[in-house]
Ligand binder design. Sequence first.
Ligand SMILES: Cc1cc2nc3c(=O)[nH]c(=O)nc-3n(C[C@H](O)[C@H](O)[C@H](O)COP(=O)(O)OP(=O)(O)OC[C@H]3O[C@@H](n4cnc5c(N)ncnc54)[C@H](O)[C@@H]3O)c2cc1C
Ligand code: FES
Ligand code: FES
Length: 1380
Amino acid sequence: MELANANRLVFVLNGQRTEVDLSQIHPETTLLSYLRYHTQYKGAKLGCGEGGCGACVVHLSKYNTDTKETEEFSISSCLTLLGSIDGCSITTTEGLGNCRDGHHAIHKRIAGFHASQCGYCTPGWCMSLYGALRQADAKGNNDHRHGFSNISSLEAEKAVAGNVCRCTGYRPIADVCKSFAGDVDLEDLGLNTFWKKDELLDPNKLPEYNPTGVSTDSKFCGPRYEDARTTSLNFSYKDEFSGEERVWIRPSTLDEVLGALEKAAEENVEPKLVVGNTSAGIYKSIEPKVFVDIRNISELQIIKRHDSGIEVGAAVTIAKLIKALEDTNAIADDTLDHGKENCTRSLVFEGLANHLKKVASAFIRNTASIGGNIIMAKKLSFDSDVATILLGANASVKIISTERVESVLTMEEFLDKPCLDSRVLLLSVFIPNWNEVSNPVGNNGSAKFDEKLLFKTYRTAIRPLGNAVSYVNAAFLAQISLSRHQGNLVAKSLRLAFGAFGVSHAIRATSVEEFLVNKVISPGVLLEAIEMLKLQIIPVEGTPKSAYRQSVAVGFLFDFISPLVKDIVPPCIPDSLEANNNQSGNTFNHKKCSFKTKSIIDGKQTMEFHDEYTPVGQPSKKVAAELQASGEAVFVDDIPSPDNCLYGAFVYSKKALALIKKVDVKDALESPSVVSYISYSDIPKQGKNISVDGWYGEEILFAEDTVECFGQPIGLMVANTWHDAKRAADKVSVDYDCETLGPPILSVEDAGAKNSFYSVPQIVAPKPVGDLAKGMSEADIRIESAEVRTGSQYYFYLETQTVLAIPDEDECMVVYSACQNPDVSQKTIAKCLGIPTHNVRVITRRVGGGFGGKAFRSIPAAVSCALAAYKLKRPVRMYLDRKTDMIMSGGRHPIKANYTVGLKNDGKITALHVDLFIDAGFTVDFSPMLPYTIVKTMMKYNWGAFSVDYKVCKTNLPSKSAMRGPGETQGSFFAETIIEHVASILGLDSVVVREKNIHTLESAKLFYGSSVESPVSYTLPSIWEKLKQSASFYERMENIREFNATNRWFKRGLSLVPCFYVVRLSSRPARVTIFEDGSIAVEVGGVELGQGIWTKVKQMTAYALGQLWPGLSADIMAKVRLFQSDSISLAHGGITAGSTTSEESCEAVRHACDILVQKLQPVQTLLKKSNPNGFSWNSLIFQAKSQSVDLSAQTYWVPDSSASQYLNYGAGASEVEIDLLSGATTILQTDIIYDCGRSLNPAVDLGQIEGAFVQGVGFFMTEEHHVDNNGKLVSDGTWTYKVPTIDTIPRKFNVEILNSPFHQKRILSSKASGEPPLLLAASVHCAIREAIRAARKELPTDNNKHFRMDTPASMDVIKSLCGLNNVELYLKSLCISTKQ
Ligand SMILES: Cc1cc2nc3c(=O)[nH]c(=O)nc-3n(C[C@H](O)[C@H](O)[C@H](O)COP(=O)(O)OP(=O)(O)OC[C@H]3O[C@@H](n4cnc5c(N)ncnc54)[C@H](O)[C@@H]3O)c2cc1C
Ligand code: FES
Ligand code: FES
């Protein structure tokens, strides 16, 4: 061991040898926090701290002394402990390239394929992809095309399935991945800047990929490079917060590990054995005192192939196990190819490997160990897939105690063992071979055609691939034989393992196994087996979705057993039984599997570029996209901490409604690292307890004597580190009186009962249309007071609420805030501190996603930090952890709607009345606008007469704010629900009812007034017809009918919905300054949130200044730089929301440029005289400067009151397939046509359309926002709240941007794109309904009635609507028919 390094950690960071003094490192320090707090590399971001988003992914390389090879892979730096990387090489996205030395091909392709928007997630994507490419290319099989990787399109897409992006909608990211794949067809790649539409596709136009371009070698660690595995590394650290010693031990032998366990046990300490440390993403509150790093112990790293199976050490990662299983089968294949005997190809290995590929995500599997997983399953009742499938495969484990006694236990014995104390180490897992020739427990070994092995594993989870634990999982193994004389298939032996269904650990359904073995299975027998199974699969009380889980377990059994049963329609026939099909007498008269989704995402982008305002209208690359990819783009939390900087963490209410008796901060303040507690009493005398000076009222910053929601801020703990501030906040004890104020209001019904409402100003109160009574009297049929509800939705911006407040001279405050509203932040901070507004400067350079959640909900964090900084006279920063952000920031408004409809027999609706009950939460925020926005989109159909009553309910829940399409999303959905209700009552296709009620120009004018603009602007009818054509709507409807008629267990649906969306323009400032060297600085009021405002403004600047002479715009594009929003430098910037900020800012800039053009024209005229052959921009500016022309212009653009609002149109068609056994939905195809006017930048608008749609898919399908009976948010992290990932978006995603005609009053004829397309995701919900309708037709109880389906249409909702007992009903019907 190198003595100089004895108490230092040595690793390579982006090619540089790095040493860390271990006495300065808390063993709990993650690689991410080291990178972000101790180095200049801020590319890796904290998105969740749970392994659930991929924002923190970096690349790790290490030398394996056994194989003498370097291993490399992506890892989540938020879970990897710094102590684990000794001797390794770490590469962050900055290590791949940068703006000075050149960006990496991945960075450039991200930019060129328009695959980043806010850019917060982008470094993580780059590193996940980089890891996949490195691994693929390390295989050495370089027979792919030059410039491409060994990776296939499918592998590349799967490798990034665990990364989350909330902005892009994933399709362009999939294109980036595919662009590296050796098997890619360039035609399949979407819109990019590398080649123009219709240009010859030349791979050389893609930025060059050099697989060996970046050095990730760990040998710069010096001797540590080889020694890390054999050298002990022990260090301890005195935790400043608790005052306790924390110890890191890295033994180099098994004996030393056992010694360390023994010592810990003697000292009564529960040690944390560290392998991947991924359990920290799940069990966050555990703060171990002793860490024992066991990754390098050779006995725990073994992978041994025996004739009878494979033995893997407990520290072997899931990724390595997959490879080992696949390699074993590959060796067997090779043996077979060479005609050798004793082949050992194993169906079980294949099944296990395939299942393991769905566990977590690639960057988790690369470090997560097999042992860690099953220990979590055993000790912590974790819903493990690994334990279940190992149980199904009859694996066994070897353990060793500190007394050095080894024992081998079957998985059942291991899981059943009452306790596994900390003196026991899991050594290895043995997985038997189960090949068909000879198996370890088999039937005398010999190979016979009529003896088959069946092994199948199952998991049902919200996402098929990306980071979602199962609701239920299972693994079934059967030895099947064909009884020749009767032609029946019989299970000779059977193992049925189930897990994760709300049980302490995986179990075997032994009674069912015994019952089925050696039986000829008829529908009746299977039904009996299912009833027995239901007695074994009983989730423990309180398990969410219990009935659903049980029903899915039944589905699994049915799926597995049904191919053995005659006269049954099985969901799927396993390959191994396919050959027996005829012999067994089974008639599988359907496709082998109803549908195998094509996993590679593809799509078509159709658009025209117009050139009358070039470069406006061109699909220019997003400003700073490469910087975002390379991690150089600076977000608020990337700004280095100033000297003396402190960290804040909210202390928030743990009750929904209570009086505060006492806040006890004594314990928390005792820690030397805690500096102060800030509460309302710290607000200066001249100031005010205010957190938002909002449109409809003020909100208080810190609770005084009452709390009104779970999550309401009570105070702020301030400490020396982020971690300690959070720990201190957790230590504060609040004594509540929950009796005096009575029970909290947690629903709109409670609010109604207590008359708890916010008032709605008349100016935004929706107005009725037509005569309701008359409309109702004309109806043939009435639907009376039907109900539908929408749930909430959390913003899930990748960057949580973030602030840095720095006190400045003379009572001033500079606040860097990731917000959409610097103006209101500024005035609120000033009010709170009691200082003039000009003392407060709020700066926002860029925001890592906002979606409305940083319009008002960011302000409390900014004000709190400013207050703390003011009091302590030190900088204070805050970055909300994901859980706190989710609990405090609220989200979309949940709404209940009751509707009464009058309709004619032909589907024409004559009148509609709606009662809306809007849950607004405990503060008013933007909520009084909701009735207006809901109604505006509900009016998308001609209801004849339309009236609405509404209540904006004040509840004791976190405040709801303006989430993307606030109210419009719900209103549009309500309208579609009503249409579908009418269609099902009349037994019509819903498209027929839609078309009966879609607006004519006249009716649109009646409902929307002047927002409809001119007849030529009313593009909806043509969009509608065009989409029916381009999406082959009727043809596919026909195909779907056929599909549904021939598929028993999968159903499809297709739906087409229109969108109407009113936007309103507001005033905006802008300033353009030209410098002497010709470079141009532009400031606009709007904030860059990822929506591409800077890109559009840059194009507009080039266009507007380019008016001086032809061809100038192209030169100017390269000279324009956009600057951060700064509430002092460019005041009155306004709120960045409502989809129109980009066009408003563009227009303001255009006006400013016009002023400059006017100033420059006289200079130009003079120059022309002296330079008749032309002159450059720089000489013009030089001349102007020397003539003292003011080269700066500022404007405040105010929209024309006659055109301050307009309507946006679009239509979307989605086709889905639902699985009737699990309720899982696959979106097979989505087609959208959206009218962008004359798009200012079609690439940016395309990103907005796709991104908004996918966010809508989350709202309509997966994002379940649950609050418990105490008002506490249950879905408070990536484990429980699932936004869409790349594996859940439409498999085929076609978008056409309609270039509608010139319009004098709109900004260069453009239209908005940020919010309206989100509404089109209702097409997915409606298509699901169609599929369910088809399924219900086959239920004996169905009489084709309307059924209510709220949002989201989650898997359990779908399954329930298809019949939780649909399998049993089906089998019963077979039993009856066979009796007949
Ligand atoms: C985002 C995410 C998604 C996930 N999704 C899934 C999923 O879909 N399905 C699934 O099955 N799992 C899933 N997991 C769980 C994951 O597989 C486990 O966290 C991982 O395998 C644990 O291994 P580790 O090496 O990181 O364990 P560590 O975190 O290092 O250790 C885990 C625990 O095991 C103990 N331990 C470790 N090794 C031994 C040993 N040899 N002997 C005794 N005790 C030991 C440790 O003391 C600790 O208590 C997911 C995890 C994450 C973070
Ligand atoms: S921050 Fe590490 S995975 Fe989300
Ligand atoms: S670009 Fe992916 S989260 Fe914003």
